[in-house]
Design a binder for this molecule. Structure first.
Ligand SMILES: [Zn+2]
Length: 86
């Protein structure tokens, strides 16, 4: 099953590996992100966000709950992330 929501999240990653901290330029190449990507783990970080691990081994992206809900209006995926982050 293709999880478009998980892929959208992955593409929206703003970690230092995906977006240049110096220039703000997006370094992530969309074509390298598998269509079938999924969220495999999540960890609460600080009191505002969640660190996500994706099935392509990318695990440095931190998302605020606010941005998560904005990026994926997908209750099932957000529920899954909440469960993983427990
Ligand atoms: Zn990233």
């Amino acid at each position: 099953m293709t999880d478009f929501s998980a892929r959208s999240l992955r593409l929206a990653c703003r970690c230092a590996a995906c977006v240049s901290e110096m220039t703000g330029k997006v370094l992530l190449d969309d074509s390298t992100v598998p269509e079938t990507i999924s969220v495999v783990d999540a960890e609460l970080t600080g009191n505002y966000g969640v660190l996500l691990a994706f099935s392509d081994s990318h695990n440095t992206g931190i998302y605020s709950w606010e941005s998560l809900l904005r990026l994926v209006p997908d209750e099932k995926l957000v529920a899954k992330i909440r469960q993983l982050a427990r």
